[in-house]
Design a protein around this ligand. Structure first.
Ligand code: SF4
Length: 291
């Protein structure tokens, strides 16, 4: 039996809040909306749904790319965008009384602007309905490095602009072949250059075969382009089609990454086995107060 078949104790997530999860799932289908929580089979969705928070997945739930770690299905014939989706995201966020709305998407390389205008409209609709005090976090694709597209989202001044580096440069060709490490760094850099008030954030998974030093290198590269926040979590194989886990990283190592990262000047780091891109162990208002 593959020695990695058995997950270590620290990776057993308790599925919390069955009742709230059911309510949220029902509401999502009523609003005809998707979450990356469900599509990517996030281990924390029970906990987050219980807290009434979810990460909206816009522009469909099939992607034009095929990253080897991702559970979201790939398509060569993506459906046209639903122009009413931004309004529904705002409506549901309002219904849930969200103070912090997180919006992500699949990658739509089939669209001229990669879907930047759809992100823009979603931010506008959320602000219009929930007011200026709401925290809006976008977790975007790389828009193939299209600066006009990136600027379209920047202009809407999201509170947090998140774009995941996902893994170390050496593994890109294996793990996310349609992405480009330098292109992703340039996106994070451009956000900071265009609007320094926007908090930038990135996330990586470990356990894909990277070394400790390679992880520190990604963290330094992210800091070099002004990235404020970082998430580090254990890679988990969502389906048999996905890349096999190479190593289960001990919680001590995650703590060490956090300690070293805070010394590099990150504003905030979530680093633990079950951490995912939009996971917060404390609410954003508190984090920003301590800024
Ligand atoms: S681009 Fe994003 S949604 Fe698409 S396959 Fe890669 S990780 Fe999944």
């Amino acid at each position: 039996m593959n020695k990695l078949a058995r997950k270590p104790s620290w990776l057993r997530a308790e599925m919390l809040g069955a009742s709230n999860t059911a309510n949220l799932t029902k509401m999502l289908s009523k609003f005809k909306l998707h979450t990356v929580c469900e599509s990517a089979r996030c281990p924390n969705r029970g906990e987050c749904f219980e807290k009434g928070s979810a990460v909206f997945l816009i522009m469909g739930n099939e992607c034009t790319r095929n990253c080897k770690f991702c559970a979201i299905p790939t398509t060569t014939h993506a459906l046209p965008l639903d122009p009413d989706e931004p309004r529904r995201v705002a409506e549901m966020s309002h219904k849930l009384g969200l103070k912090h709305v997180i919006v992500t998407s699949v990658t739509r390389d089939d669209l001229e602007d990669g879907g930047a205008a759809h992100f823009q409209q979603t931010i506008k609709e959320i602000r219009a309905l929930l007011g200026d005090k709401v925290f809006i976090e976008v977790l975007t694709p790389d828009f193939k490095g299209n600066e006009n597209a990136i600027d379209t989202v920047i202009k809407e001044k999201p509170t947090i602009f998140n774009h995941n580096l996902e893994t170390i440069k050496r593994l890109y060709s294996t793990i996310r072949p349609q992405a480009d490490y330098e292109r992703s760094l340039s996106l994070l850099e451009r956000v900071k250059q265009q609007d320094p008030k926007i908090i930038t954030k990135t996330g990586i998974m470990v356990g894909l075969g990277e070394s400790h030093d390679e992880v520190l290198q990604v963290m330094e590269d992210a800091r070099k382009v002004g990235t404020d926040m970082l998430t580090i979590g254990q890679y988990l194989q969502a389906t048999t089609k996905n890349f096999p886990v190479q190593e289960y990283i001990h919680p001590k190592i995650f703590k060490d990454y956090k300690t070293k990262g805070m010394k590099m000047g990150f504003l905030y780091i979530e680093s633990a086995p079950l951490v995912r891109s939009s996971y917060y162990s404390q609410d954003l208002a508190t984090i920003l107060q301590n800024k």
